[in-house]
Design a protein. Structure first.
Length: 371
């Protein structure tokens, strides 16, 4: 994620034009220093503005003065936003103190009289919290990053991107339930962001809620039918569930965009195999073996496929399939000589064909492995 800033209103015009005639002399010093900063872009004027604003709060009644404290909040939030490197050496507590002050002022009955100033202060604070959130993120401190982004959202509730940052931080921090909730909310607003869909699906799968993950992927694929990652994600779920009926419609588009992927070809072959569509399964097993000749499973599965076909064929057709089955099962055994499952299938085949020599070898091999 890259740091983004909320667009801020310009501070100086509304201060100088709206309040200059109503202000006390002390407040005019604050405003003038802000105006000087605007003209000269020199942080010393912000420092002077803060000293003047702080000097206004002396008595107990000053601490309850809405106007004086509004200017303090305005100056402090400006410094926090503008002086990101803290060249003015402000205390680390300034952000929390200013946030508390802005919250307190916003609760005043007459806060509406200073709405522009308070809105500006809130936008400054939102920017600062977002900036700190990204700093925490870059240091992999996702718990504090999430808290910073949540603070930012309080001051800029209409800046929807903050919800993205909160969801991201929750996910990285391992708060999967909260992350899922935020991503679901994000999808309700923008269902065409593939990264939202992928992440939400992944989180729900981590939580064991495959139904919700599928619901999100299916909705996403209707909006983004050409997204290969969403297609693969949905196909993986069906494959893991062994739901081959649901997987079948996805096979063709999967193969179209993964023509030379042995794993995809194997998944497709297995799908057709379980659906008893042996011609398609045979072709795809052979394609898988062509792409990856050292893999055991496609070779073994192809041998099993021919063995199943031999049981349903009559006459020479059945014998040919049985011969093919033996050929591929033996090849599988060469790839993985100690695979018990493969040896047991060969044991059955050799017994069926009365091949005593090979049967004895397999029996001895199984004894060595299992004893």
């Amino acid at each position: 994620m890259q740091c983004r800033k909320i667009l801020l209103s310009v501070i100086i015009p509304f201060i100088t034009t709206t309040f200059v005639f109503a202000q006390s002399e002390a407040l005019k010093v604050v405003v003038n220093n802000l105006a000087y900063y605007k003209q000269k872009n020199d942080l010393k004027y912000l420092s002077a503005a803060k000293k003047s604003a702080d000097s206004l709060i002396i008595t107990k009644s000053d601490t309850a003065d809405l106007e004086k404290n509004t200017y303090r909040a305005l100056v402090n939030s400006s410094i926090l936003y503008i002086d990101s490197l803290n060249k003015l050496n402000q205390p680390a507590t300034l952000l929390a103190e200013t946030s508390t002050l802005v919250d307190k002022l916003s609760a005043y009955k007459k806060a509406y009289e200073y709405q522009a100033e308070l809105d500006y202060a809130k936008r400054c604070l939102a920017n600062v919290y977002i900036r700190k959130g990204f700093e925490f993120t870059s240091n992999s401190d996702f718990t504090n990053a999430r808290q910073s982004f949540e603070n930012a959202r309080k001051y800029a509730p209409n800046f929807k991107q903050i919800n993205d940052y909160i969801a991201f931080s929750n996910n990285k921090a391992g708060n999967l339930v909260d992350a899922a909730k935020y991503y679901s909310n994000l999808l309700a607003v923008d269902s065409t962001r593939s990264e939202y869909i992928e992440t939400a699906s992944s989180i729900y799968k981590s939580l064991g809620d495959t139904t919700k993950a599928l619901e999100i992927l299916q909705k996403g694929r209707k909006l983004l039918p050409n997204d290969r990652f969403l297609l693969l994600d949905e196909a993986n779920i069906y494959n893991n569930q062994k739901n081959y009926k649901a997987l079948e419609p996805l096979i063709s588009p999967l193969l179209d965009i993964n023509a030379n992927n042995a794993d995809i070809a194997f998944v497709a072959a297995t799908c057709y195999d379980h659906l008893n569509k042996y011609d398609k399964a045979e072709s795809l097993y052979l394609r898988t073996i062509e792409l990856n000749g050292s893999a055991y499973d496609p070779v073994f599965n192809l041998g099993l496929l021919y063995l199943k076909q031999s049981a349903t064929q009559q006459g020479s057709g059945g014998q040919e399939d049985l011969g093919r089955a033996i050929q591929w099962l033996e090849k599988a055994c060469e790839i993985s000589p100690n695979n018990v499952q493969g040896l047991k299938v060969l044991q059955l085949v050799y017994a069926k064909t009365n091949n005593k020599d090979q049967l004895d070898k397999v029996n001895n091999k199984l004894k060595q492995i299992t004893n």
